[in-house]
Design a protein. Structure first.
Length: 333
């Protein structure tokens, strides 16, 4: 045991600590690079300190790199929908108001405040919305009409919006279509006006079949996990122009989540059905080219990694796993 562990534990507390440690080590044995590949990340077996706080299906995770916080969205009956941990793994608090079925999450920091954006794919009175909360769970903004699935003809009427990405400027990118009637990518201004909108249901250039995750790189490009079409599509963030796509790396399973590493050298992709994190080389300024797999982390069977997020300070990767009903933290080597 680490010398940091206090020796005034009761016998019951000591036994519990040993149980948790052994459980985490067993989990670590199932997370490894594919054969012949150099390991790029290591599982942090001590995160979180109290995994019993995961009481539902963990669908999404968002990192507040500035304040060292990790938000987790989970689903289930009579469970808190949002859990908040420190980056060290200590449970802080939870909240539940007006969140029905969280799907995607994003933390937005400004010079004066922080907020948490959540996409809600529920079909009840709070669903089909994109919502902004304070760090303590106070509802600040609702985009969409709660409880009403929308048409692609109306920009701010969502149907199972999958994920959101917010830039420092406050400009917002939403992928709308986790199985609903909409299959589109929408960019909004900081006052929630449409800047551009692209995408319809289909497999052609710029079309989507379940656009599931969205992120923006350091070179003005928007990356979308086009899950049903087993590809990633890339767009110009200013104009919405289609710039290219990657499909060669996803013959086994489509991409569920896209996030860049802290240095923007790699793109981390979660593939739920094959229980894998695939790490691709990110292209510099210029053409998109073809995708190149540089590393992979093979997770345990039935882990089902859904969405990921990256601590842009430490480089740590957090993975929300539906099957395992937990979030795991991987630290760069």
């Amino acid at each position: 045991l680490s010398t940091a562990v206090s020796f005034d534990l009761t016998l019951m507390e000591f036994d519990y600590y040993i149980f948790i440690l052994c459980f985490q080590v067993l989990k670590a044995d199932h997370s490894s690079p594919l054969r012949g590949e150099q390991q790029m990340y290591k599982l942090d077996i001590g995160w979180p300190k109290t995994p019993e706080h995961f009481t539902g299906q963990t669908f999404c995770v968002a990192v507040d790199s500035l304040h060292g916080l990790v938000y987790v969205g989970q689903r289930g009956d009579n469970v808190p929908k949002v859990l908040v941990f420190s980056k060290e793994g200590y449970f802080i608090h939870s909240w539940n108001d007006t969140v029905e079925m969280p799907h995607g999450m994003f933390v937005w920091n400004t010079a004066t405040s922080s907020s948490v954006w959540i996409t809600d794919v529920g079909t009840g009175k709070h669903g089909h919305t994109v919502k902004q909360y304070s760090p303590l769970g106070k509802l600040m903004q609702v985009l969409g009409t709660p409880g009403n699935a929308g048409s692609s003809l109306i920009p701010l009427q969502f149907d199972q919006p999958a994920e959101i990405f917010v830039e420092e400027t406050g400009e917002i990118y939403v992928v709308d279509g986790d199985g609903g009637m909409n299959n589109r990518l929408l960019k909004l201004s900081d006052d929630y006006k449409e800047i551009w909108l692209t995408g319809t249901n289909g497999s052609g250039i710029g079309q989507f079949k379940i656009p599931h995750s969205v992120t923006v790189d350091a070179f003005g490009r928007v990356w979308v996990a086009d899950r049903g079409n087993k590809r990633i599509q890339v767009f110009d963030k200013v104009t919405g122009e289609w710039l290219g796509s990657w499909s060669g790396c996803f013959s086994e399973d489509g991409p569920y989540s896209v996030r860049f590493t802290a240095d923007y050298k790699y793109l981390i992709v979660a593939q739920l059905n094959i229980n894998r994190l695939t790490i691709l080389a990110a292209p510099p300024v210029g053409t998109i080219g073809n995708c190149v797999v540089t590393h992979s982390v093979q997770l345990a069977d039935e882990t089902k990694p859904h969405l990921v997020d990256v601590d842009m300070k430490s480089g740590a990767v957090y993975v929300a796993e539906i099957g395992a009903q937990q979030v795991q933290k991987y630290v760069p080597l």
